[in-house]
Design a protein around this ligand. Structure first.
Ligand code: HEM
Length: 125
C-alpha cells in the first residue's frame, strides 16, 4: 500500500555524513543509519565512506543478505528527490566534453607546430 513519505535531495543527504549523524542513499531511498553504525558487521567506516553519494553500487557490491535488506527498512526515513540528480548528470556530461576538448587540444597543437616548423625548414632549403 502506498504511503506518504518525505523527500530529500542528494544535497540534503550529503549534510549527514558523520558518526553522530549519518544518512545513506540506496536505490532511491534515504536511510538514517546513525544508530546502526556500531552494529554494522561490515564496520562503520565502509558506511561512512558511502555517504554523500548514491551508495547503491557499494551496497550491492557487498552482497548483502535478505535479512540485511529487511533490517535496513528500520532505518528508512524518506525517498530521494531524483530531480536533483539531473543537474549532476548534466555536469558530468559537461565534464566529459571538457575532457575530450583537452584531450584533443594537445595532439592538435603538436601536429600544428610540427607542420609550421617543417614548412619553415623546407622553405629555408
Ligand atoms: C542500512 C544499511 C545497511 C545495513 C542494514 C547493512 C547490514 C549488513 C549486514 C546484516 C551484514 C552482514 C552480512 C549480511 O547479512 O549480508 C553486512 C555486511 C557488510 N556490509 Fe552492510 N549494511 C548496510 C549498508 C552498507 C553499506 C552502505 C555498505 C558500503 C559499502 C556496506 C558494506 C558491507 C560490507 C563490506 C559487509 C561485509 C562484511 C564482511 O563480510 O566482513 N553495508 N551489512
Amino acid at each position: 500500500m502506498p504511503t506518504l513519505s518525505d523527500f530529500y535531495t542528494i544535497q540534503d543527504a550529503s549534510q549527514h555524513k558523520t558518526k553522530e549523524d549519518c544518512w545513506i542513499v540506496i536505490d532511491g531511498k534515504v536511510y538514517d543509519v546513525t544508530q546502526y553504525l556500531d552494529d554494522h558487521p561490515g564496520g562503520d567506516d565502509v558506511i561512512l565512506a558511502a555517504t554523500g553519494k548514491d551508495a547503491t553500487d557499494d551496497f550491492e557490491d557487498a552482497g548483502h543478505s535478505k535479512s540485511a535488506r529487511e533490517l535496513m527498512e528500520q532505518y528508512f526515513i524518506g525517498e530521494l528527490d531524483t530531480s536533483t540528480l539531473i543537474p549532476a548528470e548534466k555536469n558530468s556530461s559537461e565534464n566529459s566534453v571538457q575532457l575530450i576538448k583537452q584531450y584533443w587540444a594537445v595532439p592538435a597543437a603538436v601536429v600544428g607546430i610540427s607542420v609550421v616548423v617543417g614548412f619553415l625548414y623546407l622553405r629555408k632549403k
